[in-house]
Design a protein around this ligand. Sequence first.
Ligand code: NAI
Length: 262
Amino acid sequence: MKGKKGIIFGALDENSIAWHVARKCVAEGAKITMTNAPVAFRMGKIEEMAASIGAVAIPADATSITDLENLFQESMKILDGKIDFVLHSIGMSINIRKAREYDDINHEWMLKTFDISAISFHKVMQTAVKLDAMNEWGSVLALSYIAAQRTFPYYGEMAESKALLESFARSFGYHLGKSKKIRVNTISQSPTNTTAGSGVKGFEYFYKYTQNMAPLGNADADSCADYCMMMFTDLTRMVTMQNLFHDGGFSSMGMDPSIMNS
Ligand code: NAI
């Protein structure tokens, strides 16, 4: 990671997956800026966390093109050059927060969910292209969840958000690959005990279920950060337009006799 410059979205507190990624990338020699929504600067610990690893935190609502333009421009100044890697680690659903059932969804909130959790990924990449803010052979990554492919009843419209997110990775992966040799992927992560994760109804029971179902158990935030970092290194420079499961094997399981009998 030495010499690489990155922008990491989505560190709210020490549990955030993005925080694990930020720490590891800096420890391995990368220079980064960290960012989150202005409200997270008031409620969370991003500034304190960024300072502890010598990084600058820049507020940006990921749904605002103006904020994103400022973020990329400031980051290029602070890091003294173009960006090599970007982590999109953003998710939010008011319907989930308010425990709305799937057949009683507020559609205004649904659109907000799509904007924050998925369309923001397109906005980030489009802004990077328009500002010519990324180096060739760069790597762009977002975090997803298997509800994009299979039904998880309490995940609300986040399921469709993740499907959209993964689709943006494939579509933009084509354009960025052709124009700049930049790769775009999503990592589909195990349930993880964070603010976003634990906000989903029944999280604790569900976490135990997938822990037992996955042959390796649930992948934690720290191992997710290892995988993210690998995707930013040159070792994965030919991997693009993929949704990569990081879930201890859960996604390949059909049934496990030990769970059936318990
Ligand atoms: P987290 O709650 O720590 O991170 C979510 C982040 O999104 C927060 O930092 C929040 O401030 C940020 N955010 C919300 N609205 C925003 C906006 N308008 N602009 C910029 N940032 C905004 O939770 P976690 O788990 O670290 O989530 C990171 C990613 O991982 C999300 O995409 C989530 O869906 C995904 N993921 C999480 C899993 C879990 O079980 N925790 C499982 C699979 C994927």
